[in-house]
Design a protein around this ligand. Structure first.
Ligand code: NI
Ligand code: MN
Length: 230
């Protein structure tokens, strides 16, 4: 059995086969984070980071240390965290697949940018990415932050994901219209969970605008922090 909880913005908790994974754990400063959710976590085995922006690295440094978790991320992000004392790291790059804690991770393309701003200057965090996560017999696809791109069809063909975390907020990522093109024409997901919406006023895309455009996939909009079976 695989369970997932959307934790506001792009943050997701994936639970399956006794393994707890946090993807893009942006808790502090995230107005859509379900307050207190972290207190209910007994453990975190793995932290997956799609790219270097603050709303995705989020609390990764603090959480990796607190839970002694393994971080799965782009090489540059792993080295940056390693330099700050995170010990368990699984650096990778686009196209690579690894296994950790019995879970398969493949890093795939995303069309975006990836940097941390320090003292007004960007520090590059390598390329942005999405992740294919194979857990408990399910294949999940967290798209990260991205524009729609035609190679999503290749990602679908190669990895056959059935559940997707799809950004719809517009401005920094796909909006409802382009996300619907991704879901209808390039991917073949049974279940779509919209992410990267409603966090800040800058994000205009909503599930209400997205849902009517989706032709086949089931669009789920769980409450933040609600664990659902997929
Ligand atoms: Ni971003
Ligand atoms: Mn973002």
């Amino acid at each position: 059995m695989v369970q997932i909880a959307w934790l506001g913005h792009s943050a997701v908790h994936v639970k399956g086969g006794g393994v707890d994974i946090l993807i893009d754990p942006f808790f502090t400063g995230n107005p859509t984070y379900p307050a207190g959710y972290e207190d209910g976590l007994d453990k975190v085995d793995l932290i997956v980071i799609t790219h270097g922006h603050e709303d995705h690295i989020g609390d990764s440094l603090r959480l990796a240390k607190k839970f002694d978790a393994t971080v799965v991320a782009m090489y540059e992000i792993c080295m940056w965290l390693g330099g700050q004392g995170v010990e368990k790291l699984q650096p990778m790059n686009i196209g690579g697949r690894i296994e950790s804690h019995g879970v398969g991770f493949t890093m795939v393309n995303a069309q975006h940018s990836s940097a941390i701003i320090k003292d007004g200057q960007p520090i590059t965090m390598g390329d942005p990415a999405g992740f294919i996560v194979e857990i408990g017999g399910k294949v999940l696809y967290h798209l990260g932050d991205t524009e729609v791109f035609s190679d999503m069809a290749l990602i679908q063909r190669l990895h056959k994901p059935t559940v997707g975390f799809v950004p719809i907020g517009d401005r920094f990522t796909m909006g409802p219209r382009t996300a619907a093109i991704a879901v209808n024409e390039l991917l073949a997901l049974d279940t779509v969970i919209p992410v990267h919406w409603g966090t800040f006023d800058l994000l205009s895309g909503t599930p209400e605008a997205f849902k009517p455009l989706v032709e086949r996939s089931t669009v789920l909009t769980p409450k933040a922090g609600e664990l659902i079976q997929i």
